[in-house]
Design a protein around this ligand. Structure first.
Ligand code: ATP
Length: 259
């Protein structure tokens, strides 16, 4: 089976990835390559391990008590589980946007400035302001908030909050952005705005998105991986996965017949 989308270099590679939560094995030897500057969608029925795999890509499972990860995952060929690797640095390179918008209880400005401040990315006030403005612009939010940057981030609408969280992720110049059902708490209009943004962001970032919406996977991704019971049953170019999948489980799932 062809596991890759042709011509794109691989930004991240997972090989034989298994994850255990205590005694329970949630992933069984998953292989998945993530092409650079493309959107990879992870799909599959609830509990099949999509979020678990996503969290392996920036070692968020390290924060889950009792979780153990086996196998190899590389970023630009570097082992992200190497003992000497700085996890804080890794999470700046591989950022994350969660299901529920989770702005800090701080101003819009401070939400975006948070990462650059802790990573020492700005040499002064003007540079920090520039990073905040450009991150908000790239997240498609600047025009809506430019006159109230010092208001609370939590006062924004759900869709605006999610774009604020995307701006916060972008502000530390990540290379990869992981998104765990980023639109599940949003209405259709805010969803369309975030999807358009994802499409634009792929020019500069590699994106991996977990989604339950088949329409969303089809609209935003170039590569799709179908998970089932902790394994990948099929991975390929999104168009093929939706129009002519090899595996019956993929076919049933993308057409809504999965029982
Ligand atoms: N912190 C945890 N402790 C114990 N088991 C967990 C934990 N997180 C996930 N699991 C289990 O691991 C399996 C995979 O879960 P995961 O959340 O990765 O699936 P998913 O495909 O993302 O599901 P969903 O689509 O419902 O979000 C499930 O059986 C789940 O119950």
């Amino acid at each position: 089976m062809d596991q890759t989308v042709p011509l794109a270099p691989m930004k991240m590679r997972g090989k034989g990835v298994s994850v255990f939560y205590g005694e329970k094995q949630a992933l069984h030897g998953v292989d998945l390559d993530v092409p650079e500057r493309q959107v990879t969608a992870l799909i599959g029925p609830s509990g099949c391990g999509k979020s678990t795999f996503l969290r392996c890509l920036n070692r968020m499972n390290d924060t889950v008590e009792g979780a153990r990860v086996e196998g190899d995952i590389t970023l630009d060929g570097e082992d992200i589980y190497a003992p000497e690797l700085d996890v804080v640095e890794l999470r700046a390179r591989v950022g994350m946007v969660f299901q529920k918008p989770n702005p800090f209880p701080k101003s819009i400005f401070d939400n975006v400035a948070y990462g650059p401040r802790i990573h020492g990315l700005a040499r002064g006030k003007a540079e920090l302001e520039e990073i905040v403005a450009s991150s908000l612009k790239r997240a498609g939010l600047f025009e809506e908030v430019k006159d109230r940057l010092h208001d609370a981030g939590t006062g924004l609408s759900g869709g605006q909050q999610q774009r604020l969280c995307i701006a916060r992720a972008i502000a530390v110049s990540p290379e990869v952005i992981l998104m765990d059902e980023p639109c599940s708490a949003l209405d259709p209009i805010a969803t369309a705005t975030v999807e358009a943004l994802i499409d634009e962001l792929k020019q500069n970032y590699t994106i991996v998105i977990v989604t339950h919406s088949m329409q969303q996977a089809a609209r935003v991704s170039q590569q799709t991986a179908m998970f089932h019971l902790g394994r990948i049953v099929e991975v390929g170019p999104t168009e093929k996965m939706f129009q002519n999948p090899d595996d019956k489980r993929t076919r049933d799932y993308v057409t809504g017949r999965f029982g």
